[in-house]
Design a protein around this ligand. Structure first.
Ligand SMILES: CC(C)(COP(=O)(O)OP(=O)(O)OC[C@H]1O[C@@H](n2cnc3c(N)ncnc32)[C@H](O)[C@@H]1OP(=O)(O)O)[C@@H](O)C(=O)NCCC(=O)NCCS
Length: 184
């Protein structure tokens, strides 16, 4: 059975809780996903594209609690879910069992408080506890805040995916491939 519940004091003295999701979080998680999707052009979905029902979100929570190959955490401040992160095995194929990937999304009002740093650290810790060798991600080349956060932990850029996203105005975003070697 998974367990994770940590409380931190942030730079502005507010209390952050990082924890596993639980039943009852469905609406809070849906709200958080919808909010962050509408606030940034750096995530895979645009505004209005996240359409999980309460039942789908409930199933997502149940699945993530039972999946030992993945860790999904919510970030909560004053009882409100304001962010989430996920880290997990890239694939269960034997040849990929050394690799993990991660994602992170925090609502804009809560950026620059150190929350992303705490979440990345927990994703890295999970990989180390799982004995994994490398943690990988893709990040829009213009997302300097995220890139700086990953570089602080030693992530390296090893390539670029051209035109990874196309926005509704016809412009494109490229993505960097980043990797952290965990045994270095
Ligand atoms: C990217 C994201 C996760 C960062 O989280 P955050 O809580 O704002 O990050 P932190 O406050 O921990 O800051 C992390 C680092 O970013 C860098 N940073 C902070 N502000 C910055 C700015 N204005 N410009 C560039 N880098 C900046 C700093 O290196 C900082 O570390 P430091 O405070 O120790 O110097 C968050 O902004 C987010 O969820 N954005 C929208 C979704 C997204 O882009 N996800 C990542 C997809 S790959």
């Amino acid at each position: 059975m998974k367990a994770f519940n940590e409380e931190y004091t942030l730079k502005d003295q507010s209390k952050l809780v990082l924890r596993l999701p639980q039943l009852g979080d469905e609406q809070g998680l849906i709200n958080q996903m919808k909010t962050v999707d509408s606030e940034t052009k750096f995530l895979a979905r645009g505004a209005g594209e996240f359409n999980f029902t309460l039942e789908q979100e409930r199933n997502f929570i149940i699945d993530s609690l039972s999946d030992e190959n993945r860790l999904f955490l919510v970030a909560e401040i004053d009882g409100k879910i304001i962010g989430n992160c996920a880290v997990g095995l890239l694939s269960k194929n034997k040849r990929y069992l050394h690799r993990a990937s991660m994602g992170i999304a925090i609502c804009k009002d809560y950026w620059k408080k150190g929350i992303g740093t705490k979440m990345i650290k927990e994703c890295i810790n999970w990989c180390k506890e799982m004995g994994l060798e490398q943690l990988e991600l893709e990040v829009v080349t213009e997302n300097s805040r995220a890139i700086s956060a990953y570089e602080k932990f030693g992530f390296e850029t090893y390539g670029i995916k051209k035109h990874a996203m196309k926005y509704s105005d016809g412009t494109y975003a490229d993505e960097f491939f980043m990797i952290l070697f965990l045994n270095k």
